[in-house]
Design a protein around this ligand. Structure first.
Ligand SMILES: Nc1ncnc2c1ncn2[C@@H]1O[C@H](COP(=O)(O)OP(=O)(O)O)[C@@H](O)[C@H]1O
Ligand SMILES: [Mg+2]
Length: 296
């Protein structure tokens, strides 16, 4: 039984390196598969897939970040259509790669989320701000990551500047209620197969409101209470992700909200903060899934 990692990075990339180490220690065959080496074919009778200079794995873990493009998503779906077990699957990735579509699923499943709008022009922006009770608001590119497409907007002047200069509005712009920090607790929970493996509290640096670990460099391990644990598990399930990094906020009133669900969560920060071996658990989970066994 072979596990495949679908990736556009090599073995030096932290998650790839850790997954390879973990698989080797378990005696579990594992191959990195680059998306460009996948040849997808559809013809009458079904879908076929060939891995150039490699073999089609029994189970595939797509690990392509928020930059996943339509080609790569097509490849992930092709593996599914051609009969390979895939975690996470293409439908779940399609939802999770878009922050607004994620919020739609969460809200539909009655999971608390920040009040949010999807707009496409200045008029919509202003209507959203008015409905949210005025500035400041948080503005997000629907597909972005590591804090790079997230800003706090405090005035109409900035809103106008954004709407007049944004290069690509085709995905719309997410306008969200701003939950002030300090006063807010940011949490990243790592969910695998319906269980929370671990969680970190994250704090923004002075002068920033974003607490992404790529910006701050570290998190503090934390044990989630029952409510937050359930919230993280339900959020992953709502989007259909078996492996998920769930971003949550607890506001001053103690209300927990889910802000996004990442489908290729990194785990360097969590492994460093908790000294847990996340990579081994991912490999063990994938091996169980491939064999159709229950994971306990
Ligand atoms: N509505 C909000 N109010 C206040 N801070 C927020 C809000 N949404 C996001 N943030 C902060 O910005 C960070 C990045 O936002 P997030 O939606 O997780 O996008 P990214 O994909 O860039 O991680 C969050 O981890 C949090 O610290
Ligand atoms: Mg995030």
């Amino acid at each position: 039984m072979v596990i495949g990692i679908l990736t556009v990075r090599d073995e030096r990339y932290h998650p790839n390196r850790r997954l390879m180490e973990a698989a080797a220690a378990l005696g579990q065959p594992l191959a990195l598969i680059h998306t460009r080496d996948c040849l997808s074919r559809v013809r009458e009778g079904g879908s076929e897939l060939e891995v150039v200079n490699g073999q089609v794995p029994d189970i595939l873990l797509p690990r392509i970040g928020a930059t996943i493009n339509d080609y790569a998503l097509g490849v992930v779906r092709q593996f599914e259509q051609a009969g390979t077990a895939v975690i996470n699957g293409a439908d779940a990735i399609r939802l999770a790669r878009n922050k607004f579509m994620t919020l739609q699923s969460l809200a539909h499943d009655r999971i608390p989320v920040p009040d949010s709008f999807l707009v496409v022009n200045l008029k919509g922006f202003e209507q959203a701000v008015a409905a949210l009770g005025g500035y400041p608001v948080v503005v997000k590119m629907p597909s972005s990551r590591q804090g790079a497409g997230v800003a706090r907007v405090g005035s109409r002047v900035t809103a106008e500047f954004i709407m007049h200069n944004l290069q690509d509005i085709t995905k719309g712009l997410l306008i969200q209620e701003y939950v002030p920090s300090p006063g807010r607790l940011d949490i990243r929970a790592f969910v695998l197969g319906g269980r929370v493996l671990g969680a970190m509290a994250l704090r923004p640096e002075n002068g920033d409101f974003r607490s992404n670990i790529h910006l701050t460099g570290s998190g503090t391990p934390m044990i989630l209470d029952r409510m937050l644990r359930q919230l993280a598990i339900q959020a992953a399930q709502s989007v259909g992700l078996e492996i998920a990094g769930v971003d949550m906020m607890v506001d001053e009133a103690g209300q927990g909200k889910v802000i996004e669900v990442n489908y290729t969560p990194g785990f360097r920060g969590l492994e460093e903060a908790t000294e847990m071996d996340i990579a081994t658990q991912i490999i063990q989970y994938a091996a169980h899934e491939a064999r159709g066994e229950r994971w306990t």
